[in-house]
Ligand binder design. Sequence first.
Ligand code: DQA
Length: 141
Amino acid sequence: MKISIINGPNLNLVGLREPEIYGHNSLNSYLEELVFQFEDIEFYFFQSNIEGEIIDEIQKQGFIVDAIIINAGAYTHTSIAIADALKSVPVKHIIEVHLSNVYAREIYRQQSFIAPVCKGVISGFGLTSYKLAIQYLLEIQ
Ligand code: DQA
């Protein structure tokens, strides 16, 4: 199975950024661990702070992979363009993830333009949110 994990703005700073919300571990080292834990999965990792680059990656991977796991960061709450990109590709499964529980935070984080395009949303389990998404994909295979 091929899985693309796409991360949006400021997620490169997880581990340093607001650790009381996002934890002390870096996203990169967590994603590296996933490669060892799920040897049979072909992962494609991508992070960008730029909306257009995220759209380009969705347009590229969305024709190649079996699933996209996306944490669009703050673009989740603003980007119709990312939602449109996800709608434009034939990828079978799209899962939205968040480290924090966006429903327990500011009201503006409770709206997602991306969620309606996704199979489901996993929010609030820290970096484990990514693993939960992978486990779902393995189970329904
Ligand atoms: C986030 C939640 C977003 O509201 C926020 O803008 C982020 C991170 C999360 O993973 O909890 O950058 O996507």
